[in-house]
Design a binder for this molecule. Structure first.
Ligand SMILES: [Zn+2]
Length: 275
């Protein structure tokens, strides 16, 4: 991608209606560049709807990504829950592809009391099956497990970078607010820069040229993330992150998940633009 685009997770609050089409049009009106389709309660969009979404996004010049359902756990105890989780990721990828999105993200798993190593092996195995299937379907959507904010959730920065380097078709979705909440650190320029250095070292320059980033204000405790906030109500040093992204020439999409969505997305875009 040629630049770093800013947008919202889901339709902006100020859209005419909650419909995806109105959301995409509002993104363009606001002068933002991208939007994440939130399939978090399930993939309820049909194929015809997805084609309309794709047309709209192309017409107004908005880049799309998609977020898979919350009810995904590739480390579930019951085999049927694993299958259902795989199906939800596949469904997200299929509809996202019809929408013209080239990147999907999702919350991969919970540790469920297993060691991180054992969980990693399980997630990797079931994710590989998904990639295999998508390849056979000729679906080229980039599959991006997200860096997660709670200590019970699979998805440390290292786990996500490891999956990305070991599985073809996988790349990271780096949620910098989650990582700050989970680690209690990673809230300064040198720390943000160290993450970007790691991305380049592990995955190559192309990974920095095509990033999928989440940012929001965040409230957290000992076990990590508690809730999303607006940036100015939180301690998240977004200006430092933006400076690091700019200095590293990071490109791709930056999705704002603050409660106020477009307000913070515009704040991020303006702050970045003024650097
Ligand atoms: Zn997420």
């Amino acid at each position: 991608m040629a630049e770093l685009l800013f947008g919202t997770g889901g339709s902006p609050h100020s859209a005419k209606s909650a419909s995806t089409i109105d959301g995409i049009e509002r993104i363009a009106e606001l002068g933002l560049g991208c939007m994440e389709l939130e399939f978090v309660q399930g993939v309820r969009m049909g194929e015809a709807g997805a084609r309309l979404v794709a047309e709209t996004a192309v017409r107004v010049g908005v880049k799309l990504s998609a977020h898979g359902p919350y009810f995904i756990n590739l480390n579930a105890r019951e085999p049927e829950k694993i299958r259902a989780s795989q199906d939800r990721i596949l469904q997200t990828a299929r509809i996202a592809s019809l929408c013209g999105a080239n990147s999907i993200t999702f919350h991969a798993a919970f540790y469920m009391g297993d060691s991180p190593e054992k969980t990693y092996g399980t997630v990797k195995k079931y994710l590989a099956e998904i990639l295999d299937r998508l390849k056979r379907e000729n679906n080229r959507v980039c599959v991006r497990p997200e860096v997660m904010g709670k200590v019970t959730q699979f998805g440390t920065l290292e786990e996500i970078l490891n999956l990305s380097s070991e599985l073809e078709g996988v790349a990271p979705c780096i949620d910098f607010a989650h990582w700050h909440a989970r680690s209690g650190g990673f809230n300064s320029y040198p720390e943000f820069a160290s993450i970007l250095e790691q991305v380049e070292e592990r995955l190559g320059r192309t990974a920095l040229d095509d990033m999928h980033i989440h940012v929001s204000g965040i409230n957290y405790g000992k076990k990590g993330e508690i809730s999303h906030l607006n940036l100015k109500e939180s301690d998240f040093q977004y200006a430092e992150l933006l400076k690091a992204l700019k200095d590293f020439g990071a490109k791709g999409i930056l999705i704002c998940e603050s409660r106020n969505l477009e307000e913070d997305a515009l704040l991020l875009q303006a702050t970045y633009g003024a650097l």
